[in-house]
Design a protein around this ligand. Structure first.
Ligand code: NAP
Length: 255
């Protein structure tokens, strides 16, 4: 197999959640440019239409499945619809996520539950719906978009950190159960990345400044820098990487 083939996802079927904006819509661009057809999932249908246009501009096929992944039955429904349409899904990128930054004393139970439902429960339910077809074909890639907050403590990120630490743990169990079937599951842990979520959480320069000061690279990440790492984890070149947490953080967690 050539270097090009080892780093390609040509002809693969990839399901990307949180595809309507931010890192997710960039994932649709990057994975389709590298040859994948995309199932794009999110609530916002205009954002999904934008994702479809980006995929089609790269000459690939895009199926959009609007869904609120915070609802208990939605992830399995989406997984079943994707399988019904395309027979198998080779790549699952669990990217959809929410964050309601608040001190532990102020976070509401409703916010806590929604964060766990979208960031942690939905990845489990989607993965277990798609895994049997991956197991049958003895090939699959699962990338869970986690966060640097799975490794370092950030104030106002209690519920969010709990969900991302949970996602890292889930990633390891996916590896333990599915690696024998040639399925690789890994977590990607970005630092602050310039998306609508980052604007919501870090938009105040008084917050962002001290954070950037802790990043040895001296800057935040761009969505494409996260997506390129996801692409590597979806390609054959990374077949021996399994159950890992890959930090895309400019060195933040190295200190
Ligand atoms: P974003 O700009 O807010 O986009 C989040 C995506 O998730 C949107 O497409 C949104 O779509 C989707 N989503 C949210 N709630 C959903 C729900 N209930 N059902 C279905 N989809 C839902 O965030 P982002 O920055 O691109 O974040 C992407 C991932 O990276 C998240 O898992 C986040 O935790 C992680 N991350 C981000 C940063 C950062 O600084 N940006 C850093 C570390 C990790 P709809 O609203 O259309 O449903």
């Amino acid at each position: 197999m050539s270097v090009q083939d080892r780093f390609s996802v040509l002809g693969r079927k990839a399901l990307v959640t949180g595809a309507s904006r931010g890192i997710g819509i960039e994932l649709c661009r990057v994975l389709s440019e590298a040859g994948a057809d995309i199932v794009a999932v999110a609530r916002d249908e205009s954002g999904l239409a934008e994702a479809r246009a980006a995929v089609e501009a790269n000459g690939r096929v895009c199926l959009t499945l609007p869904a609120d992944l915070g609802q208990p039955d939605a992830p399995e429904r989406v997984g079943r619809e994707a399988l019904a349409a395309w027979g198998t899904i080779d790549i699952l990128v669990n990217n959809a996520g929410v964050s309601f930054p608040k001190l532990l004393v102020d976070q509401t139970i409703a916010e806590w539950d929604l964060i766990q439902a979208v960031n942690l429960r939905a990845p489990w339910l989607l993965a277990r719906t798609l895994a049997p077809a991956m197991i049958a074909q003895k090939r699959g890639k699962i990338v869970n978009v986690s966060s640097q907050t799975s490794s370092v403590a950030l104030t106002e990120h209690g519920a969010y950190a709990a969900s991302k630490n949970g996602l890292n743990g889930l990633t390891k169990v996916m590896t333990a159960e599915w690696a024998p079937f040639n399925i690789q599951a890994n977590a990607v842990c970005p630092t602050v990345t310039m998306t609508p979520m980052a604007t919501q959480v870090w938009g105040d320069p008084a917050k962002l400044g001290p954070m950037v000061a802790k990043i040895p690279a001296g800057r935040v990440a761009q969505p494409v820098e996260v997506c390129d790492v996801v692409l590597f984890l979806c390609a054959t070149a990374s077949d021996m990487i399994n159950g890992q947490e890959i930090f895309v953080d400019g060195g933040y967690t190295a200190l």
